[in-house]
Design a protein around this ligand. Structure first.
Ligand code: GLU
Length: 353
């Protein structure tokens, strides 16, 4: 086994990204769904390709991850670009250092290499999300300052009850390809005040939601799957950007300060993609709707959008998308059964969970 995902001694990088986030002034002009910086109005060469691998260490990686991560590796390689390994270990209940170590080892065994990461360092360290809280807190504050967020005191139980009640909207139930049901709006205020003094605020004590612009079509061109379109408030609702603390004890990885809650995947992902100067995001098609949410977050924060390349999801022979429950299809298990990297990456491999 590799040493895995050590806690880096490097101090937190508080470079341009944090300085930029602490400003209350929009740093870009918003034109529809894309945010174009003033300097980009003058033709300039495209920034060098920077892609990322972003595993969540909540279980063993499976065959679907192998193929998506390999696609990310190939695209970075073809562009002669830089590939970043970012460990998305924000979930304090489910992230485990053993899984982070196993992910790095499995991906290397597949022949995937990265230029920056928790194990090799790099200019945007640290590369484990559990060590990047100041960056997420700065993004949260900027969103509060600009009037995009509201506190939500609904419990999981409240939401389950609200969502199981009959609704007029056909979209009020949970989408099987998405992780978050459309929020019924229980805590949503009619209007959100801007909070110029949010610099002193902390997100602790409640969840915080992003108020989506109801009815707005969020469109983007996916480099693999083509044009995409989602309607805010219909295909997805007000989403959580910061969760209050889990009750089950301190985080099991990283140095996350205990007490201020946890940024959501959506917030951490856009804050990190911007801070790490990522130009293209390659990930599974289950995250298409998250891309629509992240376009709204990028616009609200004044960040440019990267390009997106969403990969088809691997499914088992019953047509179910692979999940960490498919132990038999974990890269680990397939290795033990004698499969080679070429077998695993071949689309012909029979899938039997
Ligand atoms: N950490 C996420 C996952 O494992 C990937 C998120 C992303 O690529 O944006 O599903």
């Amino acid at each position: 086994m590799n040493p895995g995902c050590p806690i880096l001694a490097t101090p937190l990088s508080l470079g341009w990204e944090t300085a930029n986030l602490n400003s209350t002034q929009p740093s870009a002009i918003s034109t529809g769904y894309n945010v174009v910086s003033v300097s980009s109005l003058i033709p300039s060469p495209a920034p060098p390709y920077r892609g990322r691998l972003a595993p969540s260490p909540t279980g063993c990686l499976h065959l679907g991850h192998a193929r998506t991560f390999f696609a990310a590796f190939q695209r970075a390689h073809a562009a002669d670009g830089t590939l970043v390994m970012r460990m998305e270990d924000l979930d304090p209940d489910r992230s485990r250092t053993e899984y982070a170590d196993a992910a790095l080892e499995d991906l290397r065994w597949l022949g995937i290499h990265w230029h920056e990461g928790p194990d090799v360092g790099g200019p945007y360290a640290p590369y484990a999300q559990s060590q990047r809280n100041p960056i997420y807190l700065a993004a949260w504050r900027r969103l509060v300052q600009r009037g995009f967020l509201y506190p939500c005191r609904c419990s999981r139980k409240d939401l389950a009850v609200a969502l199981s009640a009959p609704h007029e909207s056909a979209n009020s139930g949970q989408d099987p390809l998405d992780d978050e049901p459309v929020y019924p709006g229980t805590c949503r205020p009619a209007q959100i005040q801007m909070q110029p003094t949010a610099n002193d605020m902390q997100p602790e004590g409640c969840n915080w939601r992003f108020r989506v612009p109801d009815g707005e079509a969020i469109e983007f061109n996916d480099l693999n799957l083509g044009p995409q379109r989602f309607i805010a408030g219909v295909d997805f609702g007000d989403f959580v950007v910061w969760r209050r603390d889990s009750k089950s004890g301190p985080p099991r990885t990283g140095l996350r300060p205990w007490g201020v809650g946890v940024p959501s995947y959506q917030l951490a992902s856009v804050a990190d993609d911007a801070a790490m100067a990522i130009t293209e995001v390659v990930r599974g098609a289950d995250l298409l709707k998250s891309t629509a949410r992240q376009i709204l977050l990028n616009r609200a924060l004044g960040f440019s959008n990267p390009s997106w390349f969403h990969c088809h999801l691997a499914v088992d022979h019953q047509g179910r998308r692979l999940a960490k429950r498919h132990d038999a299809l974990s890269i680990r298990t397939l290795r033990q059964r004698g499969f080679t990297p070429a077998d695993i990456l071949s689309t012909d491999l029979p899938i039997e969970a």
